[in-house]
Every structure is written in C-alpha cells, then in structure tokens.
Design a protein. Sequence first.
Length: 368
Amino acid sequence: MEHTKYKMIFETLRSEICSGKYETRKFLSEAQLVRRFGVARFTVVQALEGLRKAGLVVRRKGKGTFLTAFARTATGPIGLILPGLAYGEIFTPICSEVARMCQGQGRSVLLGNLSVDDPGARAEMAKKLAQDFVRQRVAGVIFHPIEYVCDSAGVNKEILAILEDAQVPVVLIDYDVVSSPARSRYDVVGIDNVAAGRRLAEHVLAQGAKSALFVKRKDCASTVEQRLLGVAEAFRAAGRAWGRRNVVVAEPSACGAALKALKGMPKPCAVVCGYDLHAVGVLKALERERSLTVPRDVLLAGFDDVQCARVMSPSLTTIHQPCVQIAQTAVEVLMRRNHLSAVSPINFITVIFFRIMACSHNNSRNAS
C-alpha cells in the first residue's frame, strides 16, 4: 500500500512541478508533505528521491529540498542541434529516444536539423538555431559539434557561447569540441572511439590478419581519427608494421586507391574503414577486381552497424553504435547538469559500451 502511495505522491508532485506551480526555488519540506498527504515520512522520502532521480529537485542536508534549474524550466523544451537526418540510421533513433524521454517529463523537443550542403550556410544555421533556442527558453541543448565547415572549432565556440551566456545547459554527443586527449569543460556522451578501433583491430588480428589498411576520407571527423589511432595501437602492440602506407585516403564512391594499396600487402589483409559506407565502397571495388575475395584475402571491417552492413554479402564485421543508450545517457546527464549548475567545473565523461557485430565464414553475424 505504501509503495502505491509513494508513486501517487511522486506523480502528483512531478505534474505540479512541470506545470510551473512552484515559483520559488525552495520546495516543500518533508513535514509539509507528510501533513498534506497524510502518509509516513518514509513514503514522502521515497517520493522525493524519485523527483531527485528525475532531475527535478536536489536535496541538501540540513537545508531542505530545492527545485533544480531543470525543474524551473520544466515546461521548456529540449533543443537538439544535429548535423542532419541524412545520417538517419544514427540520428533518427537518437531523436526518437530523446523525444520519448522528454514526453515522460511533460516537455517537447525542438529539432535543429542541419541538412544543408553549403558549409557556410550550415555554420550560420547552427548559430541561428542556438539563438532561437535561447528565445524559446529551452531547458537544455543536446549538441553534436559542427564538422566539415571552415574553422569548425571557432563555429562550435560561438554556438556554445550563445547558449552559455543564456545559462542554457549543454551536453555534447559523439565527441568533444577540443582534440583528444584534451578535454573541454562540457559533458560528452559517446563511445570511446580509440578503444573501439583497438578492439576491432584485435578482432581481425585474432581472425588471422597479417597486415592492415585503414580507409578514411580526406577531411574526416575527429572520431574517425580516433578509430585510426586505436587500430594503429593494436597492430603495433601485436608487432606488426604500421606507417603511412597503412592509411588510405579515398571517398566511399572511389575506393580504387584501397585496391592498389592492397596488392602490396601480406594476405589476409584487414581493411578497416572509418565508416560502414566506406566498407561498402571497398567491397564493390573488390567485386569489380575479382582477384581478391572476402574473407580469404581480405578481412573487411567498419564502424556504425548501419543497415547496409547487415545486408552485405559477405556480411560486414562492424562496431555497433548504441544510439538509444547515447540518447538516454545524454538526457540523464543534462538533468544532472541542471541541478549541479552552481558547481563548476564538473565533467560527466560518459563512455557508452559498444559491441562488435562479427562476420563469420558462414556469412552469419554475431555480437561479441
């Protein structure tokens, strides 16, 4: 019975907080809540703990319970600034999960979709989105740093300054706004790409790879450079040679350079691609060449576990991106940042665990 009562009290108070009923930061005391609901103090404590976990209150010993900044903008939406839903298999599930979690808190989501080709226009659009979010009194912003634009570091700095000046909490997803291994003062949620690259390389080494190539775009994201670093570390640790000749720069639609580099490598050679789409390009080039086969001569691997990787034949060994968990953690960290906003600087560096979707010789895929 008491279990049911604490849930009822939690839902009542959550609804009142989200409706903006409480205008002062100091929340009701335990004694006031005991009198109001006619329950034991323990039941009230359980309800308050639920509110704390939801990011709506913070409890301070000897001082009482206080509404968080998150709660004080409880009716405000959460803003998302993402590079574009052209990367649908990664960002669509992130958007959906953020929306689901926010719906449970009685708030909406504002999606900033940067799906424009012109880099200059994309940078200006991102800055305008940040300004619009401030005007719409968002409770916080989940931001994927801008890339593939001139002076991306400067653009990201401007966007963050706009949000910071308005005291809008920000959580970054995928990667930081400074180069690894340095860390900014912002919260970052994503996989450890160096560890992911290392683990993928260890996997292909265990499958018998005698050499390796890493295929990437000319102007690739910092996450891809981190994956390359992890692959190189693993091969060097295994006593295999690694240098410039092991890195191939090519576009997904033109992977002839990878085939040319392959011809001089000991077989079987692992071809690790910065993205799955690159791996698709390499496979198509191999099919045209016909002199090398997967997996006899080439162990093909990528990152992201997108749909095309699941239907390729032979199927692809790839690192799965845990998009739903990234979204869940980003929202949770944003809540924590709100009620710790007075404490500076604190970083919640969250490493999401990844898994390898491995291609076996019988063309089935298994998580490892």
